[in-house]
Design a protein around this ligand. Sequence first.
Ligand code: FES
Length: 236
Amino acid sequence: MSDTFTLTIDGKEIQAKPGQTILQAAEDAGVYIPRLCAMKDLVPHGSCRVCTVMVNGRPQAACTQPAAAGMIVESETESVQAVRRDIVDMLFVEGNHFCMFCEKSGNCELQGMAYRFGITAPRFPFLFPDRDVDASHPDIFIDRNRCILCGRCVRASRDLDGKHVFEFVGRGHEKCVAVNAEARLADTDIDGNDKALDVCPVGALLRKRVGFSTPVGKRLYDHKPIGSDIEHAGQE
Ligand code: FES
């Protein structure tokens, strides 16, 4: 007897395994659910809510909600997409995201998500926060103006690198990523090979001297929308 069970996403029946979240089960079935804080190999954080789906009529985060037999999940409906679009819109105005000057442009998941949702200009007023940039480390810098508080660097440093270089401090609009040192990134034990440097979805945590190395036209999301690798996998 198979231990898989069936749930429904947008009217399509998919199989899930015990212990899978809705997002994992959907991904295995080639159904892309947008996400910004979730990432393979990192424990789910459930903070960005871009993966919001309706489960039996109630909103849930697909990255943390366990899949269950008989669930009716709505993902691509107009109302769910509108919620996700608003969340992405708010992420843009809460920080300082000047895509045209950012070395992550074309490879940025936030920008990719905006393209996917057809966002060309935010609907909400810009807040233009004044946040710290830390360029003290010889090989790495943090620009908190671009941080969306997804916590990927916190989890990757802790769980993949075995360090605790990053952590959140503050609350509300003052919440930010701090480093495990008196003040500067240069005083932590991070180094240029840390996996934490590979997980930032935006241009907040970057290696120095490699910016703009991929020409326009060859960047990750120049030709295919974010998520198309998963959708494509599902068609094979
Ligand atoms: Fe699920 Fe961020 S991807 S809350």
